[in-house]
Design a binder for this molecule. Structure first.
Ligand SMILES: [Zn+2]
Length: 263
């Protein structure tokens, strides 16, 4: 008798703690994102989940992108693709590429959003500016020549929440750039970064672009844990040809099956 009562109690307890996220974890999260750029732009994907050969040849030690890139003009607005809480910081470090050049690598000026309902982060990197009316900028730490966002990104969800501010789907969060991808000039983190696109060039042949990631972090925030392709493809660039005409992966669909855009 006791054990069956206990079993019923446990079943009720489990039902009371039901969360769509826990149930959907078996298959991964369900669609909740709009594309974070304006629909009226001529959009393409310049790098998919796996780097193309040309970029792998520059940095062979980093073969996988774990992100998608949208090449766009410097200053193109970026919009929150779902509700959440957001903050911004800076991440860049020096590395030597296959040609022996010292290049800047990293996220540059970025916005990270925590989506509480889905329990996922998304991030928007290499920005040329962040909307500081909505998104607080947290100064990174200088470690040698490298700028690390220890107070902003490598933190628990609880700490992230205390610093972040709410954003709604469609809010302007920042502007496309190529911060963090330096060639031959120093970079001092700030919002906006002191980069003149007419003078300070990037080593990246795709120039200014938005780097978009979806992921979880370990409980202490120390590193990325699970990573997701927003389009659910996890392939090279060629596989992303129809992502602007047909919704897939974590991208919300319109009634006609086309992807939703944040603006
Ligand atoms: Zn990228």
């Amino acid at each position: 008798m006791m054990s069956s009562l206990l079993a019923i109690g446990l079943a009720v307890f489990a039902a009371g703690n039901y969360s769509p996220w826990e149930e959907s974890k078996m298959d991964g999260p369900s669609a909740f994102l709009a594309i974070p750029l304006a629909k009226n732009l001529k959009l393409e994907i310049s790098q998919g989940w796996v780097y193309s050969d040309d970029e792998r040849s520059i940095h062979p030690s980093i073969p996988t992108h774990f992100a998608v890139d949208f090449p766009s003009a410097w200053g193109t607005p970026v919009y929150a693709p779902a509700d959440g809480v957001a903050l911004a910081s800076y991440h860049t470090y020096d590395m030597v590429d296959s040609q022996g050049r010292t290049i800047g690598y990293g996220l540059g000026l970025f916005v990270a959003i925590w989506h509480d309902k889905q329990r996922l982060y998304t991030s928007y990197s290499h920005l040329s500016g962040v909307n500081d009316k909505l998104v607080p900028y947290i100064q990174p730490s200088l470690e040698g020549l490298n700028w690390q966002p220890r107070r902003a990104l490598y933190v628990s969800i609880e700490t992230f929440r205390t610093m972040a501010k709410p954003v709604k789907r469609g809010d302007l969060i920042g502007y496309v750039g190529y911060s963090g991808l330096r060639l031959g000039y120093p970079e001092v983190p700030s919002n906006p970064p002191k980069i003149d696109p007419l003078v300070n060039k990037t080593w990246d042949p795709h120039g200014a672009h938005l780097h978009w990631e979806v992921y979880t972090r370990t409980a202490d925030g120390g590193k990325k844990d699970e990573r997701y392709d927003p389009f659910g493809i996890k392939g090279e660039r060629e596989k992303y040809a129809n992502v602007f005409t047909k919704a897939q992966g974590l991208i919300l669909a319109n009634p006609d099956g086309s992807p939703q855009f944040a603006k």
